[in-house]
Design a protein around this ligand. Structure first.
Ligand code: SIN
Length: 507
């Protein structure tokens, strides 16, 4: 192990939530380190955000009703109050005044967009590439900010925990490990896309923060609510998101027989809650072979030039319809936090997608993830400042021996994704969840044994993925109510964990 480093606040992850936490802590005078696996700029999920960032405008109550309705009434109303009451100020302060983001305008005002399950136009956006227009200036601003140091391509492998408190993390950079001690740790590690074969997340979304927090004893809940985005184009094996904003502007979904089907599934048709649309797309694909997003009802080229470019780059003839499938998009559950991002472990915070604030319940409303990250990031960062780092005993990691663990990890990742896709996807069956748990428990056992003898980033990513996958499968099996993103194929159910069926031979 190399020599240790220290700061007042260690932020792990560099999406909008982590950067907001770093900004708020630095504004309080804290010395902040941001350690991020991401390489710039596209390594972070925030960079990929298309649709935009919702604000309350002059009606927070209406915004709140939409968030609650999209969640099927399962979101926590107090958490939603925090979101809607702080939305306008947080956006004004950070995105407009500090970063000067040039959101699209129309007729002398912002060009507020609309997406599924919103009852008003309230989404600020820059074309359909909002994420990069927020994320890049945010990184640049913090690069020049006193007291903030961003360490790219640096992974957190283990939390340092001592007497029930978080004291930092063991960081890996260029194959070297070193403890980093901090007064507080803010987890902002993003999502879980690498657990599924198709996802809108960037590579490396392996649930690291969720797994590290769970292994350190923090509460993790609502993990069964994995949101699949209904319109992901998979041409040439390289998936890209086709924003819900396109349906907001009038695009319709047609099945392989050319029929528009969404009105048969929900009164809001293409603008129904995301889980409803995703399942309908899958059902129609299974029945008719394909689903196309028909963009002829709108001026697609005029409204979404960046998506036109993407289609052309991928060889998709958008004028005859964009072929779409559902793909993993967002983890609505995560590390349980309060209204300031505090977890159940002292001096450990979580913000953004790896956290569970209660805002999303069983299904997230479109364009609320950047907002949640911003609001909770600011609150957590301000709260996390003010405690000095303390040097305590850190976990010893074994020297790196990259080749073997990297090969082992690649092979086991394939198995993990197959299990998650087959058994813990859009639609779940209690018996399949039992199968998934059996396979994942075995996999985690193999990974644990391996980490006792070797260390590499890929091995720790696999460990994070297997812990997180097991949490999803276990919490899905324990929930016998079909709601939001957790949809049971059959009426439930006996206790799937205690009555786990044998895995199939090819598992
Ligand atoms: C999209 O642009 O469709 C994604 C927006 C979101 O997930 O909030």
């Amino acid at each position: 192990m190399s020599a240790h480093t220290e700061s007042d606040v260690l932020v792990i992850g560099s999406g909008i939530a982590g950067l907001a936490a770093a900004l708020a802590a630095a504004r309080e005078g804290a010395d902040v380190t941001v350690a991020t696996k991401a390489t710039r700029p596209e390594g972070s999920a925030s960079w990929w955000a298309q649709g935009g960032i919702a604000v309350a405008r002059d009606d927070p109550e209406q915004f709140k009703r939409d968030v609650l309705a999209a969640s099927d009434g399962t979101a926590d109303p107090d958490a939603v109050d925090v979101l809607v009451e702080n939305a306008n100020d947080a956006v004004e302060d950070v995105l407009l005044e500090t970063l000067d983001v040039a959101f699209d305008e129309a007729q002398g005002d912002f060009d507020f967009g609309r997406e599924a399950a919103h009852s008003a136009d309230r989404i600020l956006h820059v074309d359909a590439s909002t994420g990069k227009h927020v994320h890049v200036p945010f990184l640049n601003y913090l690069d020049d900010h006193d007291g903030v140091r961003i360490r790219d391509d640096t992974a957190a492998l283990e939390l340092i925990r001592h007497e029930g408190r978080a004291h930092g993390a063991v960081l890996e950079s260029d194959g070297e490990f070193a403890p980093h001690f901090a007064g507080s740790v803010v987890l902002a590690t993003g999502g879980i896309g690498d657990l599924y074969p198709r996802s809108t997340n960037p590579a490396g979304s392996t649930g690291d923060g969720i797994a590290m927090a769970a292994l350190a004893g923090a509460e993790v809940t609502d993990m069964e609510y994995v949101q699949f985005h209904p319109t992901v184009c998979v041409a040439n094996d390289s998936p890209f998101l086709v924003s819900e904003a396109v349906r907001g502007e009038g695009a319709v979904l047609r099945n392989g027989e050319g029929e528009r089907f969404m009105p048969d599934y929900h009164e809001d048709a293409e603008l129904a809650p995301r889980d409803v649309v995703a399942r309908a797309v899958q059902t129609e694909r299974d029945a008719t072979g394909e689903v196309l997003l028909d963009v002829r009802p709108l001026d697609f080229a005029g409204a979404f030039p960046d998506l036109v470019e993407k289609c052309e780059d991928h060889g998709v003839d958008w004028e005859t319809g964009i072929p779409v499938v559902p793909a993993e998009h967002f983890c609505c559950g995560g590390i349980d936090v309060d209204d300031r991002g505090r977890t159940s472990l002292d001096r450990l915070y979580a913000v953004g997608e790896c956290s569970r604030t209660g805002v999303h319940g069983a299904n997230r409303l479109a364009s609320t993830s950047l907002l949640e990250g911003l609001v909770w990031g600011l609150r957590a960062g301000a709260d996390a400042a003010g405690t000095d780092a303390e040097v305590v005993e850190a976990p010893e990691l074994l020297e790196r021996d990259p080749e073997l663990p990297d090969r082992f990890a690649a092979e086991k990742f394939r198995r993990l994704r197959r299990v998650m896709d087959e058994y813990v996807g859009l639609e779940r069956d209690p018996e399949d969840l039992g199968r998934a748990m059996a396979v994942l428990r075995r996999l985690k056992g193999e990974v644990d044994a391996y980490t006792r003898t070797r260390t590499s980033r890929s091995l720790y990513e696999l460990r994070s993925a297997s812990v997180t996958a097991l949490l999803i499968a276990r919490q899905a099996a324990a929930n016998d109510e079909s709601v939001g993103c957790h949809h049971l194929a059959e009426s439930p159910s006996t206790d799937a964990e205690s009555d786990a069926p044998e895995p199939r031979a090819d598992d």
